[in-house]
Write a protein that binds this ligand. Structure first.
Ligand code: 8GP
Length: 832
């Protein structure tokens, strides 16, 4: 029954309508009220943390008023909505973003100052919401910002992990993982204890008949309860506030537990409870790697089933015919993690709603779109048939049927090609048999996209080649990634944002990033350049302070800051970078003191987490720290070279690091990095990049011009031949790299056994990532970087020109492409 207030009493509601604050005074009232009531504190014991809590609560109240209006208006108009299913949302901090998006940061700044606080200190109190590993999760967060800012009716669906990505500590040069318990105080979520869904696992399937129809009934097993937690997502400069719904697991309160409880088996009923809660307990800390753990599959089904239940329930409220489902609902699969949603929707439609297979399957395939984020084979998800059979017996049957019907059409299409059936089968006929989730996602979607041009081409010619033959090329498309300029420029680099606004006719460029092009006029404007350079310097001072506070090392902000921050992975080649740093160190040592004085001082900055089970990545971290220890304490070197590893790289640290970089490294082996998104963040903040012809680097080059980027290394098309030659021909290691290796072997950076594996990968194990092949071109290109930096006027011109040409990389452009070409949805502008 819908609870609704009768008309005569509604007048009292109208009279008492909550009004959000709109100025400093209004903010102060709300903030103090929260300190004194919600937090039960007072002027005598309000520390910065309490001030943060109260400020957030004041802003949360503002957000939820807009959220309510947005949701009411969407319910009323019932437009087509998009649902973005992602196991990761790497949101970072919410307070600064909320202040800026609703345009009340100045109110908060004045208000906080009146009450005795500095706004930066208060913002700095917030714990990052770190429900993601890296690029894929941060992309989802940027998308939510754009969807709301562009007024699209959109929901995100994810899991409410109790532990986000681990906190990284560096102890004696090694990574140590510490749990990230972040939910102690989280003002940004609203528990919806009334939105609960029962999720079934295990059990068996019984065949029955209903009238003349054969039906399948999934029964038995166990039930886990999903509870919704809603996180409001404010758009920039618009009242639209969308919803991110995160599911949390607990044992169902059904008869089961009570029986045990009544039988006096209290402990075991608590154990059941704990087992159920485990489902949403922890984010798997792997980036670009799948490990096939049962709990991970449970997470996937739990989240997918709860989300679909919610989506279908919302659709059914409109009482429309089922055939209208794809006109009302678009579901985007962020990688293959939510692929079971395809099977679950088919199950709901045939087993519960009683639709025919074909009618249901048409609805399903018109609803889903699938985004692929990697071609690395170790990241492509496969689940064993046995595991799915055990956990989701009915779903396995449906997967087999999907595969059967699919292979039948393929057979008709290619009657003389037996091998293609084996190659494209959703079931891999291996020991044990595996379900190939990417294939299932392709077969169950109407569009498949890669995330940068090269990547989208590669998937069509390699891992999904057969499917292009089967479906034709139109099913496969490209949507190049983007980033939100609100967080990655306006919030992270407020002074640069101001300066740009002063030249671009105000802040509208934050809504239409192509307006940055107006900056090109000012490339040669002396005054403008000077201000630009001052801002970069100030940002470097800010980072230098962070480095001093966290590592104890003093770095000179006048040095060239060279940054590589991202997950540690062999394909991303932090090993190439650190070998290059060692080469630089050895070259400096070989110079006379007089010659040394001529050199350009450099700070090499690294940051990033290694998956806890990724031993090689951990060796790389160790080498970086070992090199830093020697170089940073070498009196002959002084400021000429510093090597820094920033602990616990995360979104809020990226907001300090990106604006402070002179050059950043995006140096993956060509063809391995699907897109990269930090490359965009660095350029947007007035830094240049050194990179390979990979992922979005290629499109960045096209947009900003090849004079404004330092490209090096072999091309994707040559990688396969080089690898082949390493394995079957002779593999001579680059002579400069040999010098680096012999320095390591001599024990220059501590016992060399620690680093043997890193060298052996290049020398003896086929150098899969082409470190030696690219080494010479890498260090030569770094020399060009040095030369170019010496001419500050030229350097600044490159930086400004690049920023002016970065409009394409807004996630707004990216979301509009998804909306037009994949989702077929329109913005919904609210009437006040
Ligand atoms: C990442 C890609 O590695 C990166 O190039 C891209 O920018 C980002 O996705 C956003 O598209 N891919 C993954 O994080 C990924 O594939 N993770 C594995 C779990 C599949």
């Amino acid at each position: 029954v819908e609870a609704s207030i009768p008309e005569p009493q509604r007048e009292a509601w109208r009279r008492n309508k909550t009004q959000g604050f709109t100025d400093a005074e209004g903010f102060e009232k709300e903030m103090v009220r929260h300190v004194e009531t919600t937090l039960a504190r007072s002027v005598y014991n309000c520390d910065e943390n309490a001030a943060y809590s109260a400020t957030s609560l004041a802003f949360r109240d503002r957000l939820i008023l807009e959220w309510n209006k947005t949701q009411q208006s969407q319910t009323l108009k019932d437009p087509k909505r998009v649902y973005y299913l992602s196991l990761e949302f790497l949101m970072g901090r919410a307070l600064d973003n909320a202040m800026l998006n609703i345009g009340q940061k100045d109110s908060a700044k004045t208000g906080l100052s009146d009450l005795g606080f500095r706004i930066e200190d208060i913002i700095g109190q917030e714990h990052d919401a770190a429900l993601g590993n890296g690029g894929l999760g941060r992309l989802a967060a940027c998308f939510l910002d754009s969807l709301a800012s562009l007024n699209y009716p959109a929901w995100g669906y994810g899991l409410r992990y109790r532990y986000g990505i681990f906190k990284q500590e560096i102890i004696d040069g090694y990574q140590v993982e510490v749990p990230d318990y972040w939910l102690d105080f989280n003002p940004w979520e609203f528990p919806r204890h009334d939105v609960v869904v029962d999720i079934q696992f295990y059990g068996h399937v019984r065949k029955d008949t209903a009238g003349d129809k054969a039906v399948s009934i999934w029964e038995g097993g166990e039930i886990v309860q999903a509870t919704a937690y809603d996180v409001p997502i404010p758009g920039y400069d618009t009242p639209t506030t969308n919803n991110l719904r995160l599911w949390s697991s607990k044992a169902s309160g059904g008869e089961f537990d009570f029986q045990k409880f009544n039988n006096g088996d209290y402990e075991s009923s608590v154990a059941d409870q704990q087992r159920a809660e485990t489902i949403s307990a922890v984010l798997y800390p792997n980036d670009n790697l799948e490990r096939g753990k049962e709990l991970r599959l449970k997470q996937q089904y739990f989240w997918v089933a709860a989300s679909l239940y919610d989506i279908v329930r919302r659709f059914k409220k409109s009482k429309r015919d089922w055939k209208e489902f794809p006109q009302q609902v678009a579901i985007q699969l962020n990688d293959t993690h939510p692929t079971l949603a395809i099977v679950e929707l088919q199950r709901i439609l045939i087993d519960i709603e009683g639709l025919s297979w074909d009618f249901a399957w048409d609805i399903v395939t018109s609803t889903f779109g699938y985004t692929n984020h990697t071609v690395l084979p170790e990241a492509l998800e496969k689940w064993s048939v046995g595991l799915i059979q055990h956990l989701l017996p009915r779903h396995l049957q449906i997967i087999y049927d999907i595969n059967l019907f699919f292979l039948q059409t393929v057979e008709k299409q290619f009657p003389n090609d037996r091998d293609i059936l084996r190659r494209v089968s959703i079931i891999e006929e291996s020991q044990p048999k595996m379900v190939r989730m990417a294939f299932l996602a392709i077969v169950g979607s109407h569009k498949v996209n890669g995330v940068a041009e090269l990547h989208s081409d590669l998937i069509k010619t390699t891992i999904f080649r057969d499917f292009v033959e089967i479906y034709g090329p139109d099913k496969f498309t490209n949507v190049t990634n983007g980033i939100t300029p609100r967080r990655w420029l306006h919030q992270a680099n407020p002074r640069l944002s101001e300066l740009i606004a002063s030249k671009c006719g105000g802040k509208n460029y934050l809504k239409d990033l192509n307006e940055l092009s107006k900056l090109e006029e000012f490339v040669n404007d002396k005054e403008f350049r000077k201000e630009w350079a001052e801002i970069k310097y100030a940002n470097k001072v800010r980072l230098a302070k962070h480095i001093k506070n966290t590592t104890g090392v003093t770095v000179n902000p006048s040095s060239l800051f060279d940054v590589q921050v991202k997950r540690i992975h062999e394909y991303k080649r932090q090993q190439l970078n650190i070998f290059g740093v060692i080469h630089r160190y050895l070259s400096l040592k070989a110079l006379s003191p007089a010659e040394r004085k001529q050199q350009l001082p450099r700070v090499s900055i690294f940051g990033g987490k290694a998956a806890p089970g990724y031993w090689m990545a951990k060796q790389i971290i160790h080498l970086i720290n070992a090199v830093g220890k020697v170089v940073n304490n070498d009196p002959e070197i002084g400021d000429l070279l510093k090597v820094i590893f920033i602990e616990d790289y995360n979104v809020s640290k990226a907001e300090i690091i990106c604006p402070a970089s002179d050059i950043s490294e995006h140096i993956s082996t060509a063809g391995t990095e699907a897109s990269g998104t930090s490359n965009m963040k660095f350029v947007l903040n007035g830094g240049l990049i050194i990179g390979t012809c990979d992922g979005a680097n290629i499109e960045i080059t096209r947009e900003i011009g090849e004079n404004n980027i330092f490209l090096f290394g072999n091309l994707a098309e040559d990688v396969e031949d080089l690898r082949h030659a390493h394995t079957y021909g002779s593999h001579t290691i680059d002579s400069n790299l040999e010098k680096v290796f012999s320095a390591i072997e001599k024990g220059t950076f501590g016992p060399s056994e620690d680093f043997n594996a890193l060298m052996a990968a290049v020398r003896h194990h086929g150098d899969f990532y082409l470190v030696s092949d690219d080494f010479n071109s890498y260090i030569e290109t770094h020399k060009l970087v040095d030369e170019s930096y010496r001419n500050q006027d030229e350097w600044l011109a490159k930086c400004i020109t690049s920023v002016a040409r970065m409009g394409f990389f807004s996630s707004d452009r990216c979301i509009n492409e998804y909306a037009d070409e994949i989702w077929n949805i329109e913005p919904l502008v609210e009437q006040e």
